[in-house]
Design a binder for this molecule. Structure first.
Ligand SMILES: NC(=O)c1ccc[n+]([C@@H]2O[C@H](COP(=O)([O-])OP(=O)(O)OC[C@H]3O[C@@H](n4cnc5c(N)ncnc54)[C@H](OP(=O)(O)O)[C@@H]3O)[C@@H](O)[C@H]2O)c1
Length: 191
């Protein structure tokens, strides 16, 4: 069965986003979890999809300009990701959204459809977030692995990852790796 692997970036105090829109301490939104070689589909929540589509469409269309949200020129890794997602199916969990600009985006409406996606043949599926979707899919037992990049920062005000989790879940620490600029990546298997 294909694995569903979530990847998210948090501060040391567990915030995935500051008090205003976005996590202004994140310098780039590429796949920094090392997942690209092992995935052939992306899954994300309806809350983050419109902003995600806008951010990456901007980079795809105007790669030389500063990216929306970060305000920085796209990094080489972001340019790689922008190319990768052009040819990669995206599944958006939503009962409100009905249309997307990208022709490779499909909507899924519930957990059964995600369970069915995992049964299809193919590589693993990358769950990009957001927070409520990650929490609800972990609660439902659908996420096999969680990759967290922890930034060396106490964000203070902001939104806490797992704030909406309803179930206690054991995690198996599989790998810890130091990244540049004081970040670390924690890779957990989910029982
Ligand atoms: N720090 C990071 O690494 C990171 C990564 C990704 C995103 N983010 C941030 O996260 C924010 C978005 O997160 P969010 O928690 O607000 O929204 P979200 O998780 O992207 O989306 C929530 C929506 O997904 C759908 N959904 C979730 N669970 C469902 C279920 N069990 N059954 C049916 N539908 C379900 C619902 O859509 P409908 O209401 O449309 O039905 C729900 O409103 C963004 O601001 C983004 O910047 C941060």
């Amino acid at each position: 069965m294909r694995k569903l692997i979530a990847g998210m970036k948090i501060s040391v105090d567990g915030k995935y986003e500051g008090p205003k829109f976005g996590a202004d301490w994140v310098e780039a939104w590429s796949d920094d979890y090392g997942l690209t070689p092992q995935i052939d589909a992306c899954l994300l929540g309806g809350g983050m999809y419109p902003g995600y589509e806008q951010y990456w469409t901007g980079i795809q269309n105007e790669p030389e300009k500063p990216a929306w949200i970060t305000g920085n020129p796209p990094t080489p890794a972001e340019l790689d990701w922008a190319r990768f997602i052009k040819k990669t199916p995206h599944y958006v969990l939503s009962n409100k959204l009905t249309s997307a600009q990208w022709s490779n985006t499909r909507f899924v409406h519930g957990l059964e459809e995600i369970a069915a996606l995992k049964q299809q043949s193919g590589k693993d599926i990358y769950l990009l977030g957001g927070a409520r979707t990650a929490a609800s899919l972990i609660d439902a037992g659908l996420v096999d692995e969680f990759r967290l990049i922890v930034y060396p920062l106490i964000a203070g005000e902001g939104k806490a990852l797992f704030a909406t989790s309803e179930k206690r879940r054991g995690l198996e620490l599989r790998r810890v790796q130091q990244l540049k600029d004081g970040k670390i990546i924690l890779i957990y298997g989910i029982e």
